[in-house]
Design a protein around this ligand. Structure first.
Ligand code: ZN
Length: 241
């Protein structure tokens, strides 16, 4: 390979490596990743709310149960007192007392029924809220599944491109003199993925520093003799565009 072939090969390598950096960054910050994180937060909020609702349901159910148990006791008492009243039907005083007692118990029973009905209504309302919440939880689970699939699809596409470019740069590398290829790879490792830069109108395209006349003359001389120069600022390999 002569020097005139060296320059375009190194420039092509540089542009492949720029593209590789871009693809890698895109892979690292795929939007699905953030969206999935947002969904996770929403999911956690909904799960917490679902737990609160379940706790409320349990409390209501317990209250309802104790109201109903009390209602049954009162009912038994009423039957008992009615029996006593029949047994003592000749004793007007006792009948009057028992009758008042039964009336109080009946009012208590009515109050218990009323409370029980309103608790049951609350239970129904709560069930509706729970069903709504479950619907939202299912919707989020569906969205999560879709995002996971699209993340994998996009990720796979990017990884394929990365692999393809990797193969191309490897093939290009083997066409370079071994010593230049090694220098390029060492420079790439040291300079955040970009090993060479073009010298454009006295500027290093890698670090954008303007070279002095003296530096320019030295770099031109390096290029003429070795095929590549070196930026005196960022120390990347310098080639002519
Ligand atoms: Zn430079």
């Amino acid at each position: 390979m002569n020097n005139s072939q060296l320059q375009p090969t190194l420039l092509r390598l540089t542009s492949i490596d720029c593209e590789l950096l871009r693809l890698q960054t895109r892979y690292d910050v795929l939007p699905q990743k953030n969206k999935l994180a947002d969904l996770d937060k929403k999911k956690a909020d909904l799960d917490e709310r679902a737990q609160q609702l379940q706790q409320m349901r349990t409390n209501l159910d317990n209250k309802l149960e104790s109201l109903n148990a009390e209602g049954e006791l009162v009912q038994e008492r009423i039957i008992l007192e009615q029996g006593r009243m029949e047994e003592n039907s000749a004793n007007y005083k006792e009948v009057a007392r028992l009758s008042a007692e039964i009336e109080t118990l009946t009012r208590r029973l009515e109050k218990l029924d009323y409370d029980s009905n309103s608790l049951q209504e609350k239970c129904q309302e709560l069930k509706g809220v729970q069903a709504e919440l479950e619907k939202r939880q299912r919707a989020i689970a569906d969205m999560e599944e879709q995002l996971q699939a699209s993340w994998q699809a996009d990720g796979t596409k990017l990884l394929e491109e990365i692999e393809q470019l990797g193969t191309e740069r490897q093939a290009l590398g083997t066409t370079l003199p071994a010593e230049i290829w090694e220098r390029y790879e060492a420079s790439r490792a040291k300079h955040n993925g970009i090993g060479a830069a073009a010298l454009q109108e006295g500027l290093c395209d890698g670090c954008h520093m303007s070279l002095t006349e003296g530096q320019l003359a030295r770099v031109r001389q390096q290029i003429a003799s070795e095929g590549v120069g070196e930026c005196p600022c960022c120390h990347r390999m310098l080639v002519l565009p």
